[in-house]
Design a protein around this ligand. Sequence first.
Ligand SMILES: C[S@@+](CC[C@H](N)C(=O)[O-])C[C@H]1O[C@@H](n2cnc3c(N)ncnc32)[C@H](O)[C@@H]1O
Length: 322
Amino acid sequence: MDWDLIQKMRQGFLDTDGHLPDYWHDERWLSAYDQTLAQRIRWKWQAVLQVLAESLAGVHGISRIVDWGCGTGMATRCFLELGGRPAPQVTLHDRSPGAMRFAAQQIQREFPGTRVELMKKLQVPVEPFVLLASHVLSELDDHSYGELKKLAAAAALVIWVEPGRTLESRRLSAVRDELRTVHHILGPCRHDLPCGALKDGREKDWCHFFAPVPREVHQSAFWREFSTRMKIDLRSLPVAWLATVRPQYRAGIQEFSDEALILGRPRAFKGYCRWLACTKEGLCSGDFQKKHDRTIDEALREPEFMTILPRTQLIRKDDASL
Ligand SMILES: C[S@@+](CC[C@H](N)C(=O)[O-])C[C@H]1O[C@@H](n2cnc3c(N)ncnc32)[C@H](O)[C@@H]1O
């Protein structure tokens, strides 16, 4: 593994102010990325697709995947593996022809028989499609961002995964709020009201979660070296994500009005937990006293990828603020 190259690549991702020039110099870069940073992206997609499994089972009529900014094709590979449907047609789009070729090879190797087309200049497909977008929001100029949003609005289903950093998460929330008038929101929140993180006074908050990392990673010498060299804590995998569907492609969507979705990681103290949650009324935060309910206290101390609690039990008048 060429660790210096990965380090250089990662530093580029970290330093960006929202625009990055094409960095796929050759196949070495793609291969190194695919074995390291893209694997972490795979774990995020696995977590998101697992949460979405039930919702996706009810989605019908979609015959094409469009993977925008495909890189090495990780989003498509995860969707083909876990999206719960037979391999449809795949359109890969990236500004880098080398990346599209690499992604196509990986997809055809892992899912033989899948029809893959490469499109440097993307046209909106005529048939119903799922748009997959992954880790692109920190790299786009305004024009590409606008094009991508138009494509998302035209998609039957959108699944979009980003790093759990403020910049990407808040951009994704803005995409969500543009889509919510024409699409149903499948997750992470399960209401169609404006995103609470974008309301005035919430500038320091952002919608993000922590995806689980496969257990074997913690026993792997390769990942230990990755962690040491990249200074990445392997236990922490922050992610922001969004899934939406056009109503005609998903029957029986339920609204969940009485729930609180825990954002980030609650902070545990002796006797209480400090939490931030998304509710239909907006974001809400508070200190939950253990003495009120042990089950909720435990859920806050050891949160799952998506921790959803009964709103009225979490939010108590004496210790929460909207
Ligand atoms: C960080 S990589 C993510 C790749 C892949 N989606 C993943 O999750 O592993 C971002 C990708 O977006 C592509 N990209 C950046 N700006 C783009 C643009 N304006 N149009 C198309 N692709 C773009 C890059 O070439 C790169 O492959």
